[in-house]
Write a protein that binds this ligand. Structure first.
Ligand code: ADP
Ligand code: MG
Length: 336
């Protein structure tokens, strides 16, 4: 079918997340989901590994290799590494393509114009024939199926690794959005600090994330959980095992959770009254891996008084949104 760009063949959508990158191939769906991590040889600057393989190296690298998360805080820390990562993912997803792909990339809404340009250039260097960016919360809202083109308030809260993105959308435009650099990573850091303070136990980021996923919560649980944790005793210097409870971890996470609650409340306060009225009935939808932390919907619902729904597959929402716009690139050209 011909349209705005001519003949469609092999278009891809990318969710360039701070923690995970997903690639959606038109008519196929999500074909790749890997951590946004690159392992670099410090001497030669050569890329040693990308994605899952590189993530396994985080915190475990010898002196000559470093594992980097180039998008960690929702800003591009290292342009070359970001480009190397995008190239790897684009090439991996488009191996069987006969022509270079057109690419729709969802980028954090807090990114600067210079960084946005850099992402677009990187994708071009990586082999994209045409690059279009879309703000991440817009892609998320489309991905979870919100009727964003209606003249009504649609609100999305996307808690990722590095950033929480909150947006109110009406008539296919972002009315108000807020991006804060507090999300899943910050919850992990809070756990690391708690273990050090309460138990003199040093743990790494990966262990902290595992604790968060296994027993973490931000609202009291019907049945509290416990877990065994291994790390290094900061006093004795030796490996040590302890047992912790979900109540303790909830306490450790409470400040970070409160920051996210504040950001959601601020967004609601800035919302034009007619749209606020819509949100009373419609509430908002949560996406991103951070929305999987136990009780986050109940916490936010209690603190805002609004109905809160968690998307069916929150980790895929943004990628699915880019996939949806691949079918309608002319919509994207008009609206974003
Ligand atoms: P980004 O879009 O920034 O790449 P994602 O949406 O992929 O981020 O979410 C990654 C974050 O979600 C990480 O901080 C990860 O620890 C967290 N996460 C993933 N699964 C869970 C879970 N079951 N419970 C709590 N947090 C989770
Ligand atoms: Mg994301």
């Amino acid at each position: 079918m011909a349209n705005f760009f001519g003949y469609f063949s092999n278009d891809i959508g990318i969710d360039l997340g701070t923690a995970n990158t997903l690639v959606y191939v038109k008519d196929k769906g999500i074909v790749l989901r890997e951590p946004s991590v690159v392992a670099i040889d410090t001497a030669t600057r050569k890329v040693r590994a990308v994605g899952a393989e590189a993530k396994r190296m985080l915190g475990r690298t010898p002196g000559n290799i470093t594992a980097i998360r180039p998008m960690k805080d929702g800003v591009i820390a290292d342009f070359d590494v970001t480009e190397a990562m995008l190239r790897y993912f684009i090439q991996k997803a488009s191996q069987s393509f006969r022509a270079p792909p057109r690419v729709v990339i969802a980028i954090p809404s807090g990114i600067t114009a210079v960084e946005k340009r850099a992402v677009m250039d990187s994708a071009t260097h990586a082999g994209a024939r045409k690059v279009i960016t879309i703000p991440e919360p817009m892609a998320a809202a489309i991905g979870v199926g919100l009727p964003i083109d209606e003249p009504a308030g649609n609100m999305i809260v996307d808690i990722g690794g590095g950033t929480t993105e909150i947006a109110v959308i009406s008539l296919s435009g972002i009315v108000f959005s807020k991006s804060i650099r507090v999300a899943g990573d910050e919850l992990d850091s809070a756990i690391i600090n708690y273990m050090k303070r309460a138990y003199n136990l040093l743990i790494g980021e990966r262990t902290a994330e595992e604790i968060k996923i296994t027993i973490g919560s931000v609202f009291p649980l019907e049945e509290e959980l416990t877990m065994e944790v291994k790390g290094r005793d900061s006093v004795a210097g030796l490996p040590k095992t302890i047992h912790i409870t979900s109540q303790e971890i909830r306490e450790a996470l409470s400040d970070t959770a409160a920051t996210i609650v504040d950001a959601v409340r601020t967004t609601l306060e800035r919302c034009p009254p007619e749209l606020s009225a819509d949100l009373v009935d419609r509430g908002f939808v949560m996406a991103g891996g951070g929305s999987l932390i136990r009780g986050v919907d109940r916490l936010l619902s209690e603190k805002t008084g609004l109905p809160v729904t968690i998307a069916d597959d929150p980790l895929s929402a943004v990628a699915n949104g880019t996939g949806a716009v691949l079918n309608d690139l002319s919509w994207l050209m008009e609206n974003v």
